[in-house]
Design a protein around this ligand. Structure first.
Ligand code: COA
Length: 375
């Protein structure tokens, strides 16, 4: 069986970013406007009054200080509250293709591979810009890659599910050099009007190159010791946007077609599920949490990550043991754990082991156990 190596990663993040203070200022104006417009209905208790958001709450509840977004002006405009994106014609590249190319080219350069050598390309993310033709096939064409490509969606866990699919394809001889790319434009499906979740997301795109050890050109890489996936149905994170919306006899409210969650329940239910998942995955590989130098966890909430790390280690994690990027990028859905890996793996020694783990809607959990190796 072929040994799979993560040989390169890449990251695209928008230049524009929004601080908590800027986001809250826009939310307060929008909530005041809503309350004025709906004063009579609020008075009659037909419509719920909107309370203002607060920077203090955001930092305390999530650990998020900032987020990068594809269009800051549109998101902060209190009369719009979503990115303003020019319509692209059918003969122009999609936005997800454009941002993916940046991340994929960086990942390939780090792996020392040419785009033409890629023979499997998976676009693994929470939302695809259109149902078909697949964004992955568009990227394959723009790159000049060979083989095959397809889109997959397992929400925040998409990247790890894609990594397992890529590893399986290489191990079975169906591909030699696979790329998993996660172009997450979360600002497109976030509800910036609602204070419960207006602060949680940010935009980013990551790419991961996976190949067999024999073809690696770098001096070092990360051997995939194992991958493990799990799902369990829950409605606590949900988005009802879909192709049947136009056929439904009762029109949905616009908010129903955006991300929403019962955050507290998610926190309570997902943390133990993830800690158990990682523990069992490590045990199946003859390892334990004590063998881990690093945990590159999904970046949704600082408290969640601290709790998961503490449950696994039986103590508080040392600084750097479970790197945090959500303070700067917020929750970038499936890109988050890969950004953490991308930014925090260079200092590891040959032989060091870490786990990359994503979790989110579904519920879904995916873990990839990695060991730094000399090629
Ligand atoms: N500013 C001020 N107050 C706010 C607020 C805001 N932006 N948002 C909510 N509140 C209020 C609530 O209305 C509530 O008030 P109440 O007690 O009077 O009803 C109170 O603060 C607590 O709200 P709650 O939603 O229970 O907060 P929380 O501590 O659970 O934190 C999240 C909210 C979203 C940060 C947190 O639950 C979380 O991150 N959960 C996990 C999410 C996750 O990982 N999702 C995966 C998505 S991929």
């Amino acid at each position: 069986m072929e040994t799979n190596i993560v040989s390169g990663t890449g990251l695209w993040a928008p230049e524009e970013s929004i601080s908590n203070a800027e986001l809250v200022e826009s939310h307060v104006v929008s909530a005041e406007h809503f309350n004025r417009e709906n004063a009579a209905a609020i008075e009659a208790e037909e419509v719920e009054e909107r309370d203002p958001s607060s920077v203090r709450f955001i930092v305390k509840a999530s650990g998020i200080h900032n987020r990068h977004v594809i269009d800051k002006a549109g998101v902060l405009d209190p009369s719009r509250m979503r990115p303003r994106l020019p319509l692209r014609a059918n003969d122009e590249r999609s936005i997800q293709c454009d941002i993916s190319l940046v991340a994929v080219r960086e990942a390939l350069a780090r792996a020392g591979r040419e785009a033409g050598e890629v023979d499997a390309l998976l676009v693994a993310c929470s939302n695809h810009q259109r149902p078909y033709p697949a964004i992955a096939v568009e990227i394959q064409d723009a790159l000049g890659a060979g083989g095959w490509a397809y889109d997959l969606n397992v929400a925040c866990s998409s990247a790890t599910f894609g990594i397992q699919a890529a590893c399986d394809a290489i191990a079975n001889g169906h591909a030699r050099c696979a790329v998993v790319v996660s172009p997450e434009i979360t600002s497109g499906h976030n509800n910036f009007e609602l204070r419960d979740s207006h602060f949680i997301f940010g935009d980013a795109c990551t790419a991961v190159v996976i190949e067999g050890r024999e073809t690696c050109r770098g001096k070092t890489g990360f051997e995939v010791l194992g991958t493990r996936l799990a799902t369990r149905f829950s409605n606590n994170i949900r988005n009802n946007f879909g192709f049947l919306n136009r056929c439904e006899t009762e029109p949905r409210t616009p908010h129903d077609k955006l991300f929403r969650q019962r955050g507290r329940q998610v926190f309570r239910e997902v943390c133990p599920m993830v800690a158990k998942h990682i523990e069992e995955h490590l045990a199946a590989l003859g390892l334990s949490a004590g063998d881990l130098e690093r945990m590159w966890l999904h970046q949704a909430n600082l408290g969640m990550n601290q709790l998961i790390a503490r449950t696994l280690l039986g103590r508080d994690p040392e600084p750097g043991e479970a790197p945090v990027i959500l303070d700067e990028y917020a929750n970038t859905s499936s890109a988050g754990s890969v950004i953490a890996f991308h930014q925090f793996h260079q200092d590891l020694e040959i032989g060091d082991v870490g786990v990359l783990c994503s979790f989110g809607a579904g519920y879904s959990v995916g873990s990839v156990v990695l060991r730094k190796v000399a090629i």
